[in-house]
Design a binder for this molecule. Structure first.
Ligand SMILES: [Zn+2]
Length: 488
């Protein structure tokens, strides 16, 4: 090469390295990437950084901070909810009731005598209730007036019918706590519908308000809408306790976790999936969270990725899809001999999955050869110069029993797709809503999602079930069980 060519080549290499290094340092605050693509662990650091100065050192351009939509950005400002003294929300629509339901005591609580219709009734209270009626291919909202009566028994006891009072969620310092009650403007099925629009269809509170107004002619405040969503969560909590028991008794449990934000702080959403049950949980990423969910005495198989919290469990299948993706990254990257290792690994792992799927066990010579080759390839590359190659080889060798557990047990799925699929919905919701705001909100969200997903897995008509669940929780009745359609 001539001197000019060497200089030209050197200059091009320098430019390439510079542009790659620059791209590596980019995040949502320095490029057009969305905030969701940022490293979850670095969000906190970024906010503490002083405002970035423009490329030309022009401070005025940075003076007007751009709205990044980051959840923590609003943290310093006012708390959520209405300001004290702000104008309230009143219904301007009159409610036209189409029916009246009388609630009167039928048996004396003191002496057990039947209270006949001949006894004099005294009206003690009434409230209106809006309810959603689902017909074949129709939705209708009806308004009903509920009237409550008191009846004096001949024995002298005054029997009073009252709306049922149900579950309650208290938080210290909160002005108005959540108390479920039958005395509620929104009936159980309409509350379910509103909660479904939020939890399943991921609409914001104000979008739901708009939808109800535009399509059903209903005027409800966002606080009422919020209440419906929270009632679903609160009613779901006792059901989730039972679902956790079901998971603990399962033979195979898929586990995965994904970042979650609560008021801008990093949390983790865990999911446990069995053949018939899904349980979500929002908390830290520590191992204790998992132990609290599956219990100390869990004897079944865990299907997991490589996260360290799972390593102690003796019966474990490592998700091969993760390893195949890592192998593909090596095969497609510039790793010299390491790229060949990645290609071989991907080919061999896929073949192993196919052979086991086709019913060949670990006693077949072809399967034995395949396993020996994967192991040998990893052993050859565990001291490789390239860090990523070395790490993948070491990862497979260190976790060898979990990588090939499915070879000896054909019932074990070799990938964790079930859990990843279960988390998809929440991941999309996180991108839309930036997560939850309070501990209570996180608990309710995870519980409601667990109930919805379990209903779907068990073939139960989800919203009918949830309607009966909310109705039971408002009246302090035990929650109905989610029975698989075959058993019902
Ligand atoms: Zn009596």
């Amino acid at each position: 090469m001539s001197r000019e060519e060497v200089e030209e080549w050197g200059w091009r290499q320098h430019e390439l390295a510079r542009s790659l290094a620059n791209r590596l340092g980019e995040d949502s605050s320095t490029s057009s990437r969305p905030p969701s693509s940022d490293d979850p662990y670095r969000r906190g650091e970024r906010e503490k950084k002083p405002a970035a100065v423009g490329p030309g050192g022009d401070e005025t351009s940075a003076a007007a901070p751009e709205k990044t939509g980051d959840p923590a950005e609003k943290k310093a400002s006012r708390p959520a909810g209405k300001r004290p003294g702000a104008k309230g929300f009143w219904r301007s629509q009159p409610i036209v009731t189409s029916a009246e339901i009388a609630h009167a005591p039928t048996v004396c609580a003191a002496c057990g005598a039947v209270l006949g219709l001949d006894l004099k009734r005294r009206c003690v209270g009434a409230h209106n209730s809006l309810e959603l009626v689902r017909g074949d291919m129709s939705l209708q909202v009806t308004a009903t007036k509920h009237v409550y009566f008191a009846v004096r028994c001949p024995c002298g006891h005054d029997n009073v019918a009252r709306p049922g009072v149900g579950l309650r969620s208290d938080i210290e310092g909160r002005r108005r706590n959540l108390q479920m009650s039958e005395r509620c403007l929104v009936g159980p099925m309409l509350a379910t519908f509103i909660a479904a629009l939020s939890l399943r269809f991921r609409l914001s509170r104000s979008k739901i308000q708009e939808f109800l107004h535009d399509w059903l002619g209903l005027e409800l405040g966002t606080a009422t809408i919020e209440r419906c969503i929270h009632e679903f969560g609160l009613a779901s909590e006792p059901v989730v306790e039972q679902l956790i028991e079901d998971v603990r008794a399962a033979e195979i449990v898929h586990v995965d976790e994904t970042p979650w934000y609560q008021k801008g702080d990093l949390r983790w959403m865990w999911v446990l999936v069995t053949a018939t049950t899904t349980v979500f949980h929002i908390g830290s990423r520590r191992k204790e969270e998992l132990t609290a969910l599956i219990g100390e005495a869990f004897l079944g198989w865990l299907i997991t990725d490589g996260y360290a919290a799972y390593r102690d469990h003796p019966r474990r299948q490592r998700c091969l899809a993760h390893l195949i993706r890592k192998g593909l990254a090596l095969a497609e990257g510039y790793y010299g001999a390491g790229s060949g290792f990645g290609r071989d690994l991907v080919r061999d792992l896929r073949r192993l999955i196919e052979r086991i799927h086709d019913g060949e066990g670990d006693d077949m010579p072809a399967v034995k050869r395949l396993m020996a080759r994967i192991k040998w390839n990893c052993q050859c590359n565990r001291d490789e110069f390239e860090k990523k190659v070395r790490e993948l080889a070491g990862e497979i060798l260190n976790d060898w029993d979990a990588v090939v557990a499915f070879v000896g047990d054909p019932d074990l799925p070799p990938t964790n797709n079930e859990a990843e699929r279960a988390l998809r919905h929440a991941v999309i919701a996180r991108r839309i809503s930036f997560g939850t705001r309070t501990d209570e909100g996180s608990r309710f969200y995870a519980a409601a999602l667990s109930v919805i997903d379990t209903c779907r897995r068990r073939g139960v008509e989800t919203w009918g079930y949830v309607g009966s669940l909310i109705a039971a929780a408002r009246a302090s009745l035990p929650p109905p069980a989610i029975q698989t359609r075959a058993a019902a």
